[in-house]
Design a protein around this ligand. Structure first.
Ligand code: UN1
Length: 509
């Protein structure tokens, strides 16, 4: 552990209350949903959990709000999101503190998460004046063919603990300017951050004259989420989490012919070629693999290194892994905060056990760091592992800081190895050879939704579309034209010729 002692649970409770008070959110009350902190692994407060009836009522309210929101001009809807962005700027420090208390992120990454929210608000405000449709050349004389994008309805957002605020904002800022209303079921592990976000949005709604019910929050367990998944009034379910969860959500929403947008597991890899600049690659790899204690969906989990470079790179990484400061995420010198729970730690140790059983070797890290003052907290050294050639564990996503090192001889082999996993979120290549980079980015290269060159797999900007293929679920959120998932297109043919001409040359009457 870093030299400073961990804060006490009482300190963390007081800190969370101060943040909520600064934001103006009401203090938590109730006893059926505990708010916890991974910093000490202990409970902070009891909260009141939503019931299934609350979920039904929230959808009814959001649906009613949709009927006025959908005809509010999009640039006026942008006013709400602009105000939200301003409030996020004003309360950046408080929100980041809540993220650190509840998700255990180090301060710099927690601030980065709030910045990501501010960025998407800016993006969405611009988007509110750019919801363009196309006109299409009609095959018939005196006809005009056009598409118009309309709001979709109520969007159910189900989000995960590891980005408790930013992933909500990607969905919500975009959905709101698109004219949708939102019901949010956050992770049970991060209720305080959700309360704060919801409160700021409600305040922005009051100040800009938007209906309060454009956004509803449901703090609750799986049963509450299932209500959103199965409710035919929820036009789109946008869910972030494990592949197992997403497979169930996707199937249930599809059974009622609803739409889903899934952002699920990743098993992200980077290829390091012989021409790579290792001074650039090493810090990029360590941030992507050990940052956020390995708990990003974009975390780097596999490093595919050319055989001639493998030993040098392993040595350099081992040296950095040996001095990564693990400990209190509020301490500015810490780079690796806690895992979310001891269950996550158990999963990590189980995976490392399988690596050893399959003939692999742990090159650095992997040991638990026990804090005497907080025995329930799950601190660990990130692990650097040389994986066995055929080890099945490498193909699975373990949501913890384990980086598997694999070697290759030809780039074709590296790309095949890269794509030989069920997931397809993020990827990168470190090379100074343009041919190698272009091949990796081509249709014969990475099969992921995100493919980078000379940068790690995590830490994407909001301007691009975010999401991945295969078991990652196929959804795209955030920037580019991801907004189209939150709207429906109507195609219109207008005949201004005074004559009936049928398409495809059909004659009738
Ligand atoms: C996630 O882990 O669910 O690219 C989202 C990144 C962040 C978002 C991660 N911008 O790592």
């Amino acid at each position: 552990m870093t030299s400073t002692a961990l804060p006490t649970t009482d300190d963390l409770r007081a800190r969370a209350l101060t943040c909520l008070r600064n934001i103006g959110a009401r203090a938590p009350e109730g006893d059926d949903l505990p708010a916890r902190t991974p910093v000490t692994g202990e409970p902070l407060f009891g909260l009141r959990a939503a019931t299934r009836a609350d979920a039904d009522e929230a959808v009814t309210a959001a649906r009613a709000a949709f009927l006025t929101w959908r005809t509010t001009p999009a640039p006026r809807r942008g006013d709400l999101v602009r105000r939200l962005g301003e409030l996020l700027r004003d309360h950046k420090g408080d929100l980041a503190d809540l993220v650190t208390v509840e998700a255990g992120k180090i301060r710099s990454e927690a601030l980065g998460e709030i910045q990501e929210m501010i960025d998407i608000c800016d993006f969405a405000v611009g988007l509110s004046r750019q919801l363009y449709g196309r006109t299409i050349a009609s095959e018939r004389p005196g006809h005009r063919l056009a598409e118009t994008w309309h709001p979709l309805g109520v969007v159910g957002v189900i989000s995960a603990f590891n980005f408790p605020a930013a992933v909500w904002s990607w969905n919500t800022a975009v959905a709101l300017v698109c004219g949708d209303t939102v019901v949010w079921k956050p992770s049970e592990l991060t209720p305080l951050t959700s309360l704060a976000c919801h409160h700021l949005l409600a305040r922005a709604a009051d100040e800009t004259g938007a209906p309060r019910d454009v956004h509803r929050l449901l703090l609750g367990d799986r049963a509450v989420g299932e209500r959103l998944v199965d409710d035919p009034r929820v036009a789109l379910v946008s869910a972030t989490g494990s592949t197992r969860m997403g497979r169930e959500v996707g199937q249930r929403v599809a059974a009622r012919l609803g739409r889903s947008l899934l952002e699920l597991g990743g098993n992200n890899a980077a290829i390091v070629t012989p021409s790579a600049d290792l001074d650039l690659a090493v810090p990029s790899i360590v941030f992507a693999a050990a940052g956020t204690a390995g708990q990003r969906c974009t975390t780097l989990r596999r490093l595919i290194v050319h055989r001639d470079t493998a030993d040098t790179l392993a040595e350099r990484l081992t040296e950095v892994y040996g001095r990564l400061p693990v400990g209190d995420p509020f301490d500015d010198t810490t780079l690796v905060g806690p895992l979310i729970s001891t269950t996550a730690l158990d999963a990590m140790h189980h995976a490392l056990g399988r690596v050893r059983a399959d003939g692999g070797e742990v090159l650095a890290g992997g040991a638990r760091r026990l804090a005497a003052s907080a025995p329930a907290a799950a601190y660990t050294e990130p692990a650097l592992v040389r994986a066995g050639e055929q080890s099945g564990v490498v193909r699975e996503e373990t949501f913890a800081p384990i980086l598997y090192l694999l070697t290759y001889d030809t780039l074709d082999e590296a790309i095949a190895l890269h794509n030989d996993v069920p997931q397809g979120l993020s990827s990168s290549i470190f090379t100074r050879d343009q041919r190698e980079a272009e091949l990796f980015l081509s249709a014969a290269g990475s099969d992921c939704g995100i493919a980078n060159v000379n940068i790690g797999t995590s830490g994407a900007e909001i301007g691009g579309a975010f999401g991945g293929e295969k078991d990652t679920g196929g959804g795209r959120e955030s920037g580019s034209d991801a907004w189209k998932a939150y709207m429906r297109a109507a195609t219109s043919t207008v005949n201004y010729s005074g004559e009936l001409t049928l398409a495809q040359g059909v004659s009738f009457l």
